[in-house]
Design a protein around this ligand. Structure first.
Ligand code: EPU
Length: 338
């Protein structure tokens, strides 16, 4: 276990916002976390915030309490048959390291999630998704420790209440109450590529055989072309969620904008890309102070250097207002404001 006081959080959030925390505790096992919780009074300054790679956070101010950080990084096979296997993965493992390892061993299904930043624990909280695949499609169970009493609880996939970028861990009543310590992921032993999301088929090199590694490499190339590297330009990936609207409202919009892209969610609802709307409003590439809308993907807000949380929020509000005025749709941040 490592304990730090008055620590800069700049390396712990991909936006690169320079704020400080009163205390940070990094733990290496479930037992260490339970020890911390059972000695809460001595070990933890309130409030408590559990972070992962900090790739979905926007710090607005110094943090007055304790940041918890997991270094649990094991990978164990839980069960296996001819078609699939289930592995238990430590919440602190980097998700893309896990995916690389799966592809290398011939465990398939997560290729489309390649290069999404963040740790395995966060993948289960955010239900990360890309190119037609969501973490929830492969999560069997999520193992948690209660931050109140240190007890263990396992949430089945159904109990996690997954939907687009949503889980029970984001719901009032559960949010902030648990630390995810490990996740059970089910992988397939045969490779069934999912290529239907726009751009993947055409990006795959026609001459190379369609292997999981080639699909992973293609996804990584697509992401690198559009999404800024946080080491170079601070950002938290998609800043906004794509709004889901009633079909009737979508049909009205389509009258006005025949080229509007869309994804059917179910019979009555349609998901519309916020990035497309932001670009249509003329905000792609525009700056406000040290914050900017990324010039290659309008769903991403970036820190051009030295931006504060408030700078990013001001830009966020200006963009939301523009989308509301033009399309009558209120877009919501995906990033958590702290
Ligand atoms: N578009 C534009 N202009 C832009 C951005 C997008 O016109 O500046 C259009 C694209 O041309 C396309 C549509 O909007 O027709 C969708 O764009 P894209 O495929 O890039 O995906 P997205 O909806 O902007 C979502 C996820 C991404 C994920 C991609 C691919 C959310 C909030 N974001 O973005 O996830 O990688 O789909 O599946 O759902 C993340 O969460 O950090 C993230 C990057």
């Amino acid at each position: 276990m490592k304990r730090y006081t008055d620590i800069s959080l700049k390396p712990y959030n991909t936006f690169g916002i320079d704020v400080r925390a009163k205390c940070m505790l990094q733990y290496d096992s479930v037992q260490e976390l339970q020890h911390i919780i059972s000695h809460r009074e001595e070990m933890l300054a309130e409030p408590i915030l559990h972070i992962g790679s900090g790739s979905n956070l926007l710090f607005l101010d110094d943090f007055p309490g304790t940041i918890l950080f997991s270094n649990i990084r094991h990978l164990d096979i839980v069960s296996e048959d001819d078609e699939s296997l289930t592995v238990n993965v430590g919440a602190g493992m980097v998700m893309d390291d896990f995916i690389a390892l799966c592809v290398g061993r011939g465990w398939y299904g997560l290729e489309n999630l390649s290069l999404i930043p963040g740790q395995v624990g966060a993948s289960a909280v955010q239900n990360i998704g890309a190119y037609g695949v969501e973490a929830a499609d492969h999560i069997v169970a999520v193992h948690c420790v209660s931050l109140h009493d240190g007890s263990l609880r396992v949430f089945s996939n159904a109990e996690c209440n997954y939907s687009y970028r949503h889980s029970i861990f984001k719901e009032p009543g559960t949010r902030g109450n648990y630390a995810v310590v490990s996740v059970d992921y089910r992988l397939d032993k045969s490779f069934v590529p999912r290529l239907d999301y726009g751009g993947i088929r055409s990006a795959l090199q026609a001459e190379t055989p369609l292997t999981a590694q080639n699909l992973r490499d293609t996804i990584i190339d697509i992401r690198r072309q559009k999404l800024p590297d946080p080491q170079v330009l601070g950002n938290a990936g998609s800043f906004f969620m794509n709004p889901i609207i009633p079909k009737a409202q979508f049909e009205e919009l389509r009258q006005r904008y025949p080229d509007i892209p869309s994804y059917a969610v179910d019979e009555d609802r349609i998901k519309v890309p916020a990035g497309w709307m932001i670009e249509k409003c003329g905000w792609k590439g525009r700056s406000m102070g040290n914050a900017a809308v990324h010039d290659r993907q309008a769903l991403v807000l970036v820190n051009k250097g030295g931006a504060t949380g408030a700078d990013i929020v001001n830009l966020c509000e200006a963009v939301r207002e523009a989308v509301r005025e033009t399309f009558g749709i209120t877009i919501s941040p995906e990033v958590n404001f702290i």
